[in-house]
Design a protein around this ligand. Structure first.
Ligand code: ZN
Length: 341
């Protein structure tokens, strides 16, 4: 089969012929139809310090996918050949306290497909049947291929009650934009999304009914006044990893405000904790998505009118992967979906 392989410990990614994976008794084999390129994949492509420390070489990369089950392990029940599916790319252990109490997304023994184990940028993917998420007809393959990052957005956005609240999303990358769309969908009042990249802010405005703010040009305090918020934002969703963005968020949050952090700062960064203490702010770190509660919630919202399709800005055949990675690294695109059919 064709697969996108991190074949060498240097920048780049290579299309190679690899054997179709053999499945175990509890696995399924999936014929991959569409995949999404993630920021994580760009780190692996660039071979930065994190990737070099984390990713074994050679490895089939990729973790965002949709496809169709073509083979079932002998112990697998409840799934069928021909079933369209996506799936959770975090392969969890079963022995930790968190796993045994059903908090699968907090299992410390988690391994990721396309990061630690063979991934989905291939014509075929082996996946434990446990990880399979069947797709309803209403969700096509390209949306199925971005449920993984949508899950990050949903998990972050649903960290706190947003009904009637004023929400600030910092960082208008694809996940920030999707989180803003979710906040709008579930009934937030004002949803403001900030960035310093005008292309991304324009994309945010195309995807959802949100207020885009370029914090390079406009002060957030002026936006708070313009929207007649008396104190500031109730909830912050930090998606950028930028120290300045977190500072602005804390500055513009109400007393007792809440922050969910998904953006990853580069290394240690100074935080004015006294402001957080005196404002009585709650901060929650967010990793991955809840297995499988987030999947149920996002599929239900997609069936119920949440439309994130415009966040997909490029669709390319898998053979044009090099172009796709260049576009991703340029920072002007939304989601890029590769076609493996
Ligand atoms: Zn991803």
């Amino acid at each position: 089969m064709k697969a996108l392989v991190k074949a060498k410990a240097e920048p780049g990614i290579w299309m190679e012929d690899r054997p179709v994976p053999e499945i175990g008794p509890d696995d399924v084999l999936i014929r991959v139809r569409r995949t999404g390129i993630c920021g994580t994949d760009v780190h692996i492509w660039k071979w930065d310090e994190w990737a070099a420390r984390t990713v074994p070489v050679p490895l089939v990369t990729g973790h965002e996918f949709a496809g169709e089950i073509v083979e079932l392990g002998r112990n697998v029940t409840g799934l069928a050949v021909g079933q369209r599916c996506s799936g959770e790319g975090h392969l969890i252990g079963r022995t930790s306290r968190q796993s045994r109490s059903g908090r699968f997304h907090l299992d410390p023994d988690t391994r990721g497909i396309g990061v630690n184990e063979a991934g989905a940028f291939a014509e075929y993917l082996r996946l434990p049947a446990f990880n399979v998420v069947p797709l309803p007809d209403a969700i096509d393959d390209e949306i199925g291929a971005i449920l993984d990052p949508l899950g990050n957005a949903v998990h972050t956005a649903l960290s706190f009650d947003l009904v009637g609240e004023d929400v600030l999303v910092t960082g208008a990358g694809p996940i920030g934009i999707m989180a803003a769309a979710v906040a709008r969908h579930v009934g937030a009042r004002h949803v403001v999304i900030t960035d310093i990249n005008p292309d991304r802010l324009a994309l945010a405005a195309r995807v959802a009914d949100v207020v885009p703010v370029n914090v390079g040009d406009e002060d957030l305090r002026a936006v708070v006044a313009r929207l007649r918020m008396t104190q500031g934002f109730d909830v912050g969703l930090e998606m950028s990893g930028s120290q300045a963005a977190l500072d602005q968020m804390v500055e513009n949050l109400v007393m007792g405000g809440r922050i969910a952090l998904l953006g990853i700062p580069p290394g240690k960064s100074p935080v004015d904790w006294s402001r957080i203490v005196f404002k009585a702010i709650t901060i929650k770190g967010v990793y991955g998505r809840e297995i499988f509660e987030t999947w149920y919630k996002m599929i239900a919202m997609l069936e119920n009118g949440l439309d994130i399709r415009p966040v997909i800005t490029h669709r390319l055949p898998a053979a044009r992967f090099a172009e796709a990675f260049e576009i991703m690294a340029g920072g002007r695109s939304g989601k890029i979906v590769l076609d493996w059919t």
